[in-house]
Design a protein around this ligand. Sequence first.
Ligand SMILES: *Cc1c(COP(=O)(O)O)cnc(C)c1O
Length: 429
Amino acid sequence: MNETRMGTKCIQAGYTPGNGEPRQIPIIQSTTYKYDTSEAMGRLFDLEDDGYFYSRLANPTNDRVAARIAALEGGTAAMLTGSGQAANFLALFNICEAGSHIVASSSIYGGTYNLIDVTFKKMGIESTFISPDCTEEEMHAAFKENTRAVFGEIIANPALTVLDIEKFAKVAHEHGVPLIVDNTFPTPINCRPIEWGADIVTHSTSKYMDGHGAALGGAIVDSGNFDWMAHKDKYPGLCEPDDSYHGVTYAEKFGNAEAFIRKATCQLMRDLGCVQAPQNAFYLNLGLESLHVRMPRHVENGQAVAEFLASRPEVTKVNYPGLPSDPYYARAQKYLPNGGCGVVSFELEGGREAAEIFMKHLKVAAIETHVADARTCCLNPATTTHRQMTEEQLKEAGVPAGLVRMSCGLEDKHDLIEDLAQALDALKA
Ligand SMILES: *Cc1c(COP(=O)(O)O)cnc(C)c1O
């Protein structure tokens, strides 16, 4: 049979039950695994045999769900983490250490920005932020001799900018450095960044992949394309023996296909323990089984809501890469031909006050600090997540006081639009 298509991968990749075995990926609710001899277990510790010995490092439920995500992204290996934050932390820390430098797009999730700008700095890892729209020359100028990774988001949360993946990959590779991208918003249903040159893909699976706001989680997928040994002076952690793990040299023993994920599992997960609970992996998998059916609906609702908002006089600006008037429209057409996601942001005339009145009147959409699940929700960053900022600082951060971020769920789009219409009408009263 030919390679299966995305819809089939969502349902079946990563787990093929044998005769009489559970049809659904079973939850292996066990911290530990039994062996007949110490020698057999020792071979696992030495990475001579494959198997499980402690669920902080690996668990069969998590591995099967990770294998499904690897198949969806077209990668060679993957792992789950306890959250999206943990995924980005491990992906970067796997190849950076004190004295390293990261080049990152400035248009990324606030939590990731903080991780790179503040927490990594405390660990001795420096960074340079660049505009997602910078020229190749500007991008080259951001690199230093100690740059070890380039990071960006395919569709940024919440700015909704679209990354020029090919350009970022090309420049990163010219410096002998991998491109790591966070593909949380499009999911592999709408974009497969590895096909455009990304080396490592990360996810907050808490968003569309789980899709129901049920379980926090993250994932890291390796393309297997980055040649670590060709840049071994930069990546001693992968290309020289790991004394903390029986002297294994990951890139030699596991090759480009598996080295990155093996190191992140055996070394970082072992030491940091930010593992995903197998029960959460099970919920995540239920979400994956309908991802290919849900994403087009999120896009349909996002597009309809964005078009409706753009038609209303109370709305001064709509950010949505699916609108021809959006500055990222052309790039979205290239990288996201089937649409991007269901998240729309917009500004109301009347600023913060108007946003508060408008949101108070919404009946279908709820006020929540979340995005990308089945239920439509919205947030006014100026009065919540960015509450401590002055009007001036808000403007600088590109978060005007009247900005509303709306995550379109899976409800009927006509109800979403009617809800928005009555809440906008309330502004006139
Ligand atoms: C939410 C989010 C994260 C963080 O994920 P958590 O699962 O909340 O830790 C990282 N990146 C993006 C793009 C996100 O939207």
